[in-house]
Design a protein around this ligand. Structure first.
Ligand code: DP6
Length: 329
């Protein structure tokens, strides 16, 4: 009753921001992301009659509090769905900083979903995995798939039609790159879950955000299809800024940016003025992720280094969530 899964984090190009149902994690809008090969979570799950409670260890540290609770709640959902009662020991390892706005919950809940369901001896289809992963963390629905994925918001009350599908596998656009410039590794103060709830409830711009998402989805689907970095980058950059505008205008306002964030944004705009196809996107954290093509990597990395960004994580489109035989315990 033990299994291990590897999942890659994804970065949204058209963001998911705001829920219509908080319990089932149903979004107000569809979103599109790319699953990245450089941001990986490995999770081993073991169920046993001998365990008296769930246990969660992340990067070698035994967790209690909020994180352990979320993991246990997800395991409880899975136990209920598969009619099992055993408690579970979970160990996860991230190869990137957790909770710093690098979408760690996307890989975390995708890996946990596949590892725990497999440990129970079941083998659900990707669609079902996506629906279950979604209920751990919305963005995890997309990490089930490699390459480019779209999480369809769905319309059903029960969420049976709210899951991700693969738009294109990683082989479709192997030259595509994301450079995550680490501005700060401190844990963020407002988690995305609380941030988006507050935004839906209080930002006067939230409706405006929703009104423009469909158009961004259309442009992004087309840009990926045509491998048009200019259209993709510009659309993703503006989509991110629109989402950030809804965050800034909540009460109280949420600003994830730090000094380094703005510095990186200006450096990207400067590169563009010089004719380099570099675009940024950001999530619920200070990190700046640059979308670009392989041929421009050196120029962009050099510039970001000279601007003081020493830590840059480079990724290309990666695999979806898969089983592994290398158990962590
Ligand atoms: C800004 O998936 O972390 O990264 O569903 O509450 O767990 P919960 O939220 P989460 O939110 C991600 C928000 C985002 C945009 C995105 O990934 O689409």
């Amino acid at each position: 009753m033990k299994a291990t899964a590897n999942a890659n984090a994804n970065i949204a190009l058209v963001k998911y921001w705001g829920k219509r149902n908080e319990k089932l994690i149903l979004p107000h809008n569809s979103s599109i992301s790319v699953t990245l090969d450089g941001l990986k979570t490995t999770t081993t799950a073991e169920f046993s009659k001998n365990f008296h409670k769930d246990e969660f260890t992340l990067n070698g540290e035994r967790k209690s509090g909020e994180e352990a609770k979320k993991v246990s709640a997800h395991l409880t959902l899975i136990r209920k769905m598969f009619r099992r009662k055993e408690f579970c020991r979970v160990e996860s390892q991230n190869n990137f900083p957790s909770s710093a706005g690098l979408a760690s919950s996307s890989s975390a809940f995708a890996a946990l979903t596949l590892a725990s369901i497999s440990a129970l001896g079941f083998n659900p289809k990707p669609k079902e995995l996506s629906i279950i992963a979604r209920q751990g963390s919305g963005s995890a629905s997309r990490s089930i798939f490699g390459g480019f994925a779209e999480w369809k918001k769905g319309v059903q009350v029960g969420g049976g039609d709210s899951y991700a599908v693969q738009l294109y596998p990683k082989e479709h656009w192997p030259e595509f790159r994301v450079l995550a410039c680490i501005v700060s590794e401190e844990e963020k103060k407002v988690k995305s879950r609380a941030g988006m709830k507050q935004t839906v409830e209080t930002s006067p711009f939230y409706r405006a955000w929703l009104a423009t998402v469909e158009e961004d989805l259309k442009k992004t689907r087309r840009a990926i299809k045509e491998k048009n970095i200019g259209l993709l980058g510009k659309t993703a950059e503006l989509n991110c800024l629109k989402m950030q505008a809804t965050m800034i205008t909540t009460a109280p306002s949420i600003v994830y940016w730090e000094e380094g964030t703005l510095k990186a944004m200006h450096a990207v705009w400067q590169l563009r003025e010089e004719g380099v196809n570099a675009f940024f996107t950001m999530d619920a954290g200070p990190q700046v992720k640059i979308t670009c093509l392989e041929k421009d990597l050196q120029k962009i990395k050099q510039r970001m280094n000279s601007e003081g960004f020493g830590k840059i994580i480079e990724s290309r489109p990666g695999d979806g969530t898969v089983l592994s035989t290398k158990h962590l315990f």
